[in-house]
Design a protein around this ligand. Structure first.
Ligand SMILES: [Zn+2]
Ligand SMILES: [Zn+2]
Length: 555
């Protein structure tokens, strides 16, 4: 293997949207130095992973390689890029770098988490540069749905990689500078070996509309609202918050912040200058004192999160904020895949109260922060990479991005998977190895490996319940008491009205009686026979097999 080899691997974020974590290695296979880009989470849907809040990338490989890691750089402050740091950084303890807003947002998130460790972040100025071991990194401004999203130009002795991060082209992004076409084009002139790029919207034709277009729609909808207005959006979408604030001011409405995440981001945005010139906002307590036509509530909960402000308002359970017939709610957002049901629940709750709900189905009240196909073509045209690897997408998005890149004339296009170690050379990319990768679940305050049986068992429990059987057995293999049978999560009776508990109890007794006497002295044999019989008997009545746990007590 060449001594100056450049390699790339994703430990998350390829084949999925979320949990972004990429690594770049330089050196030979005996001694590589690593640069980590981003460390994000995915959100779990309740049905699929009961009790799990977050999914994190498995970083056992990085823990092993810790002494060879030169640093971890954040592209921007979205949770799918930095949300795993609070849990995982203490296991790595490597230098961490971010631009000012991202660093401030991370710090605000960290202090909001009880017991979170100190995590120092080194600040990189906008458009700044950073040299970490063999990597010289340029931060290139790109437009996105949060301030300070950065593409990273990573220079090494083996060539330049452009890691796009999350981006779009928006000539009028409301906050921050537009995507830095000049710098990207100059990079292309210099010669780019590989582009690792955002594929989220690779199936959508054309170009994303601008934030300014959304601002106009919001201004109209807020100006014409007859009574109260509530707007929900992603709290970190500061440009959108600004658009709402401007629209409220034009309509002579006070902005009331509802929800802790909203308050947190607004404070960070004020400290970092992204809300300069924007009027002061009111706290939720003042909502009730303002006349309906003079108030606008800016709420968390655009994803239908049950504990967030809007869900509680929809259930009429919010202590300060209520809505009623004739009020208008604007969803300046789109449901992230997996959240559609939760969002519908909130919308239906509001509509049932007579509230008018406006979504991006009928009005331009939201645009995505990711590039559509014409924007992807522009990026390829500016950067002219020899290699393109689609990232930040599910299988379909990756495949569409790959096909688009081939048609745009990129010589080498490779679709890889999490854990593939890809060698990047001018002759093309090649999967040369596999590094350990996987998922961790945040389960309460613990991290459990996705391969552990914990959550799978919980899912089975939630599907078919459990039968618990306790038998007290003498040394001679005689039952010394009636078996204890308890059913949790099963129907009480079968179709004919027979008690399910009795069905299970009969199965226990029959199975025990059917065992030859010498076998009855063996607690394991008894447990196996009883378990099998109970599951079979219940399945016959119910057509579902519960978990059955048999405890044999030798007395
Ligand atoms: Zn993002
Ligand atoms: Zn992202």
């Amino acid at each position: 293997m060449a001594p100056n080899e450049l390699v790339f691997a994703a430990l998350g974020g390829i084949g999925e949207i979320g949990m972004n974590l990429s690594i770049y290695g330089f050196g030979d296979d005996r001694r590589r130095q690593w640069l980590i880009v981003d460390c994000g989470v995915s959100f779990a849907s309740e049905e699929h992973l009961p009790g799990v809040d977050l999914i994190l990338p498995d970083i056992r490989y990085l823990i092993e390689e810790r002494k060879n890691i030169v640093g971890l750089v954040l592209t921007h402050g979205h949770e799918d890029h930095m949300g795993a740091l609070i849990d995982l950084w203490p296991r790595l303890n490597v230098p961490l770098y971010a631009t000012p807003f991202t660093a401030a947002l991370f710090e605000a998130r960290r202090v909001s988490e009880p017991g979170a460790p100190q995590i120092p972040v080194k600040i990189v100025p906008l458009g700044g540069q950073l040299t970490l071991g063999p990597f010289a990194i340029d931060f290139i401004n790109v437009a996105h749905s949060i301030p300070e999203s950065n593409a990273l130009a990573i220079r090494t002795a083996a060539g330049i990689v452009l890691h796009t991060g999350d981006w779009k082209i928006d000539p009028t992004p409301l906050i921050g500078a537009p995507t830095d076409q000049a710098k990207l084009t100059a990079l292309g002139d210099e010669g780019v070996l590989a582009l690792i790029g955002d594929s989220t919207n690779a199936i959508r034709d054309g170009r994303s509309p601008s934030e300014s277009d959304v601002a106009k729609t919001l201004a109209d909808l807020i100006r014409t609202a007859p009574r109260r207005v509530a707007v929900t959006t992603f709290a970190s979408h500061v440009a959108r918050l600004r658009a709402v604030a401007d629209a409220a001011r034009a309509a002579e409405r006070e902005v009331v912040l509802v929800g802790r995440a909203m308050e947190r981001v607004v404070q960070v945005a004020r400290e970092t200058g992204y809300l300069d010139g924007v009027q002061d906002f009111r706290s939720a307590e003042s909502y009730g004192y303002l006349p309906p036509e003079k108030v606008l509530a800016l709420c968390t909960g655009s994803q239908g999160e049950p504990r967030a402000a809007l869900a509680r308002i929809a259930e009429d359970e919010h202590p300060e904020v209520t809505l009623s017939r004739g009020d208008r709610v604007i969803f300046s957002s789109r449901a992230i895949p997996g959240n559609e049901k939760a969002v519908s629940r909130v919308i239906n709750g509001l509509v049932a109260q007579g509230v008018e709900v406006i979504t991006d189905r009928t009005h331009l009240v939201h645009v995505s922060g990711h590039p559509r196909r014409d924007e992807l073509r522009d990026m390829i045209g500016w950067v002219r990479p020899q290699i393109l690897i689609p990232a930040h997408g599910e299988a379909l998005h990756l495949a569409e991005h790959a096909e688009l890149a081939r048609r745009a004339g990129v010589a080498h296009v490779l679709v890889c998977r999490n854990g593939d170690l890809v060698g990047l050379t001018p002759n093309g990319p090649e999967i040369i190895d596999e590094v350990p990768s996987g998922r961790l679940y945040k389960d309460g305050s613990l991290l459990v490996n996705a391969e552990a049986r914990t959550v799978a068992a919980r899912r089975r429990l939630s599907f078919a319940g459990i039968v618990s059987v306790a038998l007290a057995l003498s040394e001679k293999g005689v039952l010394v008491a009636d078996p204890e049978v308890e059913l949790i999560g099963l129907p009480e009776t079968d179709a004919g009205g027979a008690s399910m508990t009795e069905i299970a109890r009969d199965a226990v007794e029959e199975a025990f009686e059917a065992l030859p006497k010498p076998r009855r002295r063996d607690p394991d044999a008894v447990a196996v026979a009883v378990r099998r019989a109970v599951r079979a008997a219940i399945a016959q009545s119910w057509n579902k097999k519960p978990i059955c746990h048999v405890h044999v007590l030798a007395v």
